[in-house]
Design a protein around this ligand. Structure first.
Ligand code: FES
Ligand SMILES: [Fe+2]
Length: 475
């Protein structure tokens, strides 16, 4: 069995580790969970200008966004022929359209006459007729019609097809890039991407989709979800069932990293609590046991038949078994080989630059953070991906619910549950003040924890590679 280098165990939270939990798993833990990937990226401070400066944002817009694979849509957002998705980032606007053969093409969402956006909303498309003067394209991007054609004879010999982006599909995600020379998505990410092969997010669908404009830079916001150790102060209600400081952080190449935050285990910050406290804390958190809370239903009085009440990992074993049973019953799928970890833990993977499709088999959270207007705002999107029951077609995504300006995530509790909304609102209690603080900083720099904030450093270094021209590497 692959194991980790003991040297890596130094500089970690004392006490049992995530690796100890894997060794106690009721199933054999796969190498992709056991193996650590912890390159040393140094300890230099980061400049605050990467979060606050309009010039820095302009360089991101020019040098980074066009040269990366971007998560533009989920398959179930546009299942039928002619379905379209308007995907916007910064000043760019793209239009994805489902073709009759099932493929997806992506175009610049701009009329080649005088530049009006062709569509301003996602939805079914029979053809692309510009609302200004009526230049019209077929859904495959070829020109259909120019009104008053006698006045445009000079265009007769020009290529008037809509310019296209490169499109790839992976795990139910539709990915686009403006850089037609970029390597394939899997090659671009490199080692690590194969972790998803078992998790089959293409067999999931969007069960809830919420967006909120946050008064903080998109990196300030995304980085608040790249480490777990703020839980002790910001989210104390989850410590009873979240081993926050035992979180494993791994870095892969330039474009992927992960945090695995163990669940159904006590935080090392809590002293004098036993396994029954885990059940109690989790039941209090999830309330009704709504599956969207990522639990298969949990009560304070779990059925412990067949379990050893003195097992130090009792709660993990009981709750993983409960998840296998309840998610299995709800979907007709067989989770009997799935590790406790993949049934329970927060497998918080991030893909550069701005999205986080969680791994594992519990309902998967999916985040995306996009710059919104200026450097001081972003749009944060949260989706819950649920397994599509066996033999059924994934339901079409309901449109994103945008939390009204000035309202908390709690306004979306009907979609993501009160427990999760409450956690996000605790984060929102920090983020605007981080943005303000970064602008008010005297030394204009921030410091990062060597291990627990290593994912932030990795992506910051990757960003610098794009801004300096070191990336992208050509195909
Ligand atoms: S701008 Fe589109 S038809 Fe004129
Ligand atoms: Fe948080």
């Amino acid at each position: 069995m692959a194991d980790i280098d003991p040297k890596l165990e130094t500089g970690r939270c004392p006490g049992p580790s995530y690796t100890d939990m894997l060794h106690a798993d009721t199933r054999r833990a796969p190498d992709y969970l056991l193996m650590e990937s912890v390159p040393d990226l140094g300890d230099a401070p980061l400049s605050t200008e990467r979060y606050t400066s309009a010039d820095y944002k302009a360089r991101e817009d020019a040098l980074m966004w066009p040269n990366v694979w971007q998560f533009a849509a989920r398959e179930e957002d546009m299942p039928d022929t002619g379905d379209s998705v308007v995907y916007e980032i910064g000043d760019k606007s793209f239009l994805l359209i489902r073709q009759p053969n099932g493929e997806v093409r992506a175009f610049y969402n701009v009329c080649l006459h005088r530049g009006r956006k062709l569509r301003t909303e996602s939805g079914p498309s029979l053809q692309l007729r510009c609302p200004f003067h009526g230049f019209t394209w077929h859904n495959d991007g070829s020109l259909k019609e120019i009104p008053c054609e006698w006045d445009f004879q000079h265009l007769a010999d020009r290529d008037m097809a809509l310019p296209e982006l490169k499109v790839e599909r992976w795990q139910g995600f539709i990915l686009v890039t403006e850089n037609l020379d970029l390597p394939s998505f899997r090659e671009w990410i490199g080692p690590g991407v194969e972790h998803y092969d078992n998790w089959r997010l293409d067999e999931c669908h969007t069960a809830a989709w919420v967006g909120k404009v946050i008064p903080a830079n998109w990196k300030v916001t995304s980085e608040a979800f790249m480490e777990a150790w703020h839980s002790i102060v910001t989210h104390p209600q989850i410590l009873g069932f979240t081993a926050d400081a035992n979180t494993r952080y791994d870095l892969y190449g330039d474009h992927m990293n992960r945090a695995i935050t163990p669940s159904a285990a006590l935080s090392p910050h809590l002293k004098g609590k036993d396994q029954f406290h885990v059940f109690k804390a989790l039941a209090e958190f999830t309330g009704s046991g709504d599956a969207r809370s990522r639990r298969g239903g949990v009560t304070e009085n779990e059925d412990l038949r067949g379990f050893d009440p003195a097992d130090p990992w009792l709660a993990r074993k009981v709750l993983a078994a409960a998840g296998r049973e309840s998610f299995g019953a709800a979907t007709g799928l067989d989770f009997s080989d799935a590790t406790d970890s993949e049934m329970l833990d927060n497998l918080t993977y991030n893909i550069f630059p701005n999205w986080s499709p969680w791994g594992g088999f519990a309902p998967n959270i999916l985040y995306r953070w996009r710059p919104w207007g200026d450097a001081d705002h972003c749009l944060m999107e949260v989706r819950i991906l649920m397994r599509t029951p066996k033999g059924e077609k994934a339901p079409k995504s309901a449109p994103m619910f945008l939390v009204p300006d000035g309202e908390p995530f709690a306004a979306a509790s009907h979609l993501i549950g009160t427990a999760l909304a409450g956690v996000f609102d605790q984060d929102m209690g920090n983020l605007p003040h981080v943005q303000e603080g970064l602008k008010a900083s005297h030394n204009r720099q921030i410091e990062l924890g060597h291990y627990q904030e290593s994912r932030i450093r990795q992506f910051a270094q990757t960003m610098e590679k794009y801004l300096s021209g070191e990336l992208p590497k050509p195909a």
